[in-house]
Design a protein around this ligand. Structure first.
Ligand code: SF4
Ligand code: SF4
Length: 377
């Protein structure tokens, strides 16, 4: 058996739904597009991800010859309705950036160990961060949609890819860098509540997913914990990710309608999930309910609390007012400020009185600004 066949068989045996192989040649389009849009994407260019550097793999790994892309179908099990619309399916599936101690991280490690057992030098992840969707498309494993997601015919866009760059020449697959979307379809673009999408182009700063988790102080160049008020109002009930432009897509409907049995671990999480508990987050709830499914990005529980405040404010449900009023006494000024925003959005005499009382004793300038704006709304 050839080394290429051996590698592909092992990947499929591990549970990946696809694997494609391309050369380690540069990705000039990725570098060009990122360079043009440096301001919007500074955190992935100048921060830890170094995406422009990854567009020329041989600069980082001089002996690089091939990129092996694995594709994992993360919607093979079902998602509980209580979590859909709040946590993106990708994050619920715990398949993205999973640590080695969890099943999806262990799978990635097993694949890397296998490649090394064949005598290959391997780089992946933060060590050599190639554009994974583009590598998988050039390796024939996926196509694109106008919403910028990668697709396979069988799974739609509910996939996660991982690129392993190796120092051996392998047999290469025919590229599928194409978008077999129906002509004139723009359902994904129309479904985006914040206007973040245009065909094959995302404005990350307007994307709900970006605003859920990249908005953290000190997380990377040009990032802060601020979410613009017009975006907050469009975030609906999402607190970690957003699936709307995938849910709207005709190429995903077969998968969305299939409704396989709900993953048991997620069912347990769903039974304990309560946005009001996320708002008034205890260490115990954070560690036992949120972190196991949303470990990827948010580094402090105050960001979950901020996002929950926004979701509760967007709910239109006045029964949340007492909980948001209680959050005005939380230790983190960020949480107090966004609780005030949410109370202002829900409106009503009780909400207003709570903000006025909090403003009288608030010392943090940003929280005070939020409270004043909420009262003026
Ligand atoms: S993930 Fe949500 S906010 Fe981002 S582009 Fe898609 S629909 Fe718009
Ligand atoms: S909604 Fe339409 S245009 Fe958008 S990715 Fe799906 S098929 Fe393509």
């Amino acid at each position: 058996m050839s080394l290429t066949r051996d590698i592909k068989d092992f990947a499929l045996d591990l549970g990946y739904c696809g694997v494609g192989i391309t050369t380690a040649d540069p990705f000039p389009l990725v570098a060009e597009e990122l360079t043009k849009r440096r301001e919007a994407y500074r955190w992935i260019i100048d921060g830890r991800l170094k995406m422009i550097d990854g567009a020329t793999p041989k600069n980082i790994m001089p002996g690089a010859k091939s990129i092996i892309s694995t594709v994992y179908d993360y919607a093979r099990e079902g998602f509980p309705p209580e979590l859909v619309g709040r946590l993106g399916r990708l994050y619920q599936s715990r398949s993205y950036l999973a640590p080695r101690t969890r099943i999806n991280g262990a799978r990635r490690q097993l694949f890397k160990d296998f490649l090394e057992s064949k005598g290959l030098k391997v780089m992946h992840g933060f060590d050599l961060n190639v554009a994974e969707r583009m590598a998988a498309a050039r390796g024939g494993a996926v196509t694109f949609g106008r919403n910028n997601f990668a697709y396979t015919k069988e799974t739609g866009s509910f996939i996660v890819m991982m690129a392993f760059t190796v120092d051996a020449e392998l047999e290469y697959d025919a590229p599928t860098v194409e978008a077999p979307c129906p002509e004139n379809c723009r359902l994904c673009i129309d479904a985006c509540p914040t206007g973040a999408l245009e065909p094959f182009k995302l404005n990350p700063r307007r994307c709900i997913a970006f605003n859920c988790f990249m908005t953290q102080d000190g997380y990377g160049p040009s990032l802060s914990d601020h979410i613009p008020p017009d975006i907050r109002a469009q975030m609906g009930s999402w607190i970690h990710g957003c699936d709307l432009c995938q849910e709207a897509c005709p190429r995903n409907q077969r998968r969305l309608k299939a409704k396989p049995p709900v993953n048991e671990f997620l069912a347990l999480t769903a039974a304990r999930f309560d946005l009001r508990k996320v708002l008034l987050l205890t260490d115990e709830y954070y560690e036992s309910v949120l972190k196991p499914v949303a470990y990827n990005y948010l580094r402090h529980k105050k960001y979950f609390q901020r996002n929950a405040a926004i979701a509760l404010g967007n709910s239109g449900d006045p029964s949340h007012v007492p909980f948001l009023a209680q959050a005005l006494g939380e230790p983190e000024p960020l949480v107090r400020g966004y609780a005030a925003w949410a109370l202002g959005r829900l409106g009503g005499a009780g909400a207003r009185a709570a903000i006025e009382t909090a403003l009288a004793v608030e010392t943090d300038e940003k929280a005070r600004d939020e409270m004043r704006s909420a009262l003026a709304a």
